[in-house]
Design a protein around this ligand. Sequence first.
Ligand SMILES: Cc1cc2nc3c(=O)[nH]c(=O)nc-3n(C[C@H](O)[C@H](O)[C@H](O)COP(=O)(O)OP(=O)(O)OC[C@H]3O[C@@H](n4cnc5c(N)ncnc54)[C@H](O)[C@@H]3O)c2cc1C
Length: 455
Amino acid sequence: MATANVFPMDDNVALEREVHTIGRRLFEAFPTSAGGPLHMLDERAMELASRDLELRAALFRFVDVVPACRSLDDLAQHLVGFVGELEARPGPLEAAMRIADTRGGRAALGAAAAAGVRHMAHRFIVGSDARDAEKVLRELWERSVATSVDLLGEAAVTPTEADRYAERCHQTLEELTELYARWPARPRLEADTVGVLPRANLSVKISALTPLLRPHAPDRGRADAGERLRPLLRRARELGAHLHIDMESLDSREAVLELVLDLLGAEEFVRGPSSGLVLQAYLRDSPETLDQVLGWADEHQRDSPLTVRVVKGAYWDHEIVEARQHGWPAPVFEDKSDSDRNFEHLTARLLDARPAVRVAIASHNLRSVAHAIACDHLLGGDGSDLELQVLRGLGDDLQDALAAQGHRVRTYCPVGDLVSGMAYLVRRLLENTAKDSFLTEHSRGVPVEQLLEAP
Ligand SMILES: Cc1cc2nc3c(=O)[nH]c(=O)nc-3n(C[C@H](O)[C@H](O)[C@H](O)COP(=O)(O)OP(=O)(O)OC[C@H]3O[C@@H](n4cnc5c(N)ncnc54)[C@H](O)[C@@H]3O)c2cc1C
């Protein structure tokens, strides 16, 4: 795996020094009482789950079935069923299982479990829709934090579901534009050296815009999703809003990439809207994807350069299982430090490619974030052309530390109900309890110098 080759060797020493200085400064701005971002998931179960793989699987199976349960009794029976399969049960769960012997006990256990899951979901999901989320969005904006609102609801199964999702997107774009127009100026969030950055920002998933997204017939899915994405881009342009296209699992990557680049490359979208896509650093071939995106950006001079959000990737477990089932080589790195190193490599290349693209670094990992800020400095930037992004509920401390130090930070805020948010919630819980994730290491008290070591 190549390291960032944008800088000559001597500058790599300066880069490391800068990463440590920036990282320590950010770290010191985190709340001192916190045991790391995991303290926000203060559910004992999550802490236990991060130590015990079997328990983790049982709890996630339970979380996944919660929306389908019809009664508290039903909930309790599912919990008892999943946990009952474990060979060793931690004390608190053993006690909970015992009360499930009676009908009254099951009702109490079901109520406690439902409240726990709802409580957890509310950390990540800011409201049922944009209007319901107004208070959170406004508070963030007033504290100099921009947002990207994400409508929960994944993988449409019927055209009606896809139409409904597109309709919700239209409505949300309008609501966000109206809400944000009322709030005070925040110059750092509203412009970079290229021009205006829209206040209203919506993230969408292509799999929710078509039921036809299939790896063996990408053209049909692409065409069908295009029918719903094109009017959305037009509406975003009219409203002066930003539309961001999330990236999902690998089987839809080519279709999503081609669709977005095709549409945004069309004459009618040269003047806008502001828009962007996502690059996943855990994919071994992401450097080639970046070549493709940068080649496209060079050929298409848009008024608003394409924003590239670089992430590590949220479907790691899925990609590994899928590859194993088919006997394919894994398309994702299998060693976390390879993903981290590649993330830095892509970050440096993207920052060096400005102003052909706008760059958004989306990570909760102090090292990855400090590395991006350090690269920006070494390339002569002052932070105006670098956006840092976090997920609501996971990156809150980092978000506040970044905003307090004058960086442009955008928080990804999902809206929707618990049923449509379940897949999202499970992905966040998987991340939170993964043994080698930055958040887990931080919450276990790994010293800052170690957290900042080069991957
Ligand atoms: C604003 C925002 C938007 C996002 N949008 C998207 C999106 O559109 N699509 C998407 O897929 N994800 C998206 N994500 C999620 C992102 O991909 C990561 O899952 C999440 O941010 C965790 O990465 P990290 O750098 O914060 O933490 P870290 O703890 O540093 O990294 C965890 C990540 O490392 C990778 N990893 C874990 N184990 C291994 C291993 N054994 N070998 C190799 N790699 C491993 C995985 O990608 C895992 O998520 C988004 C994140 C943010 C903050």
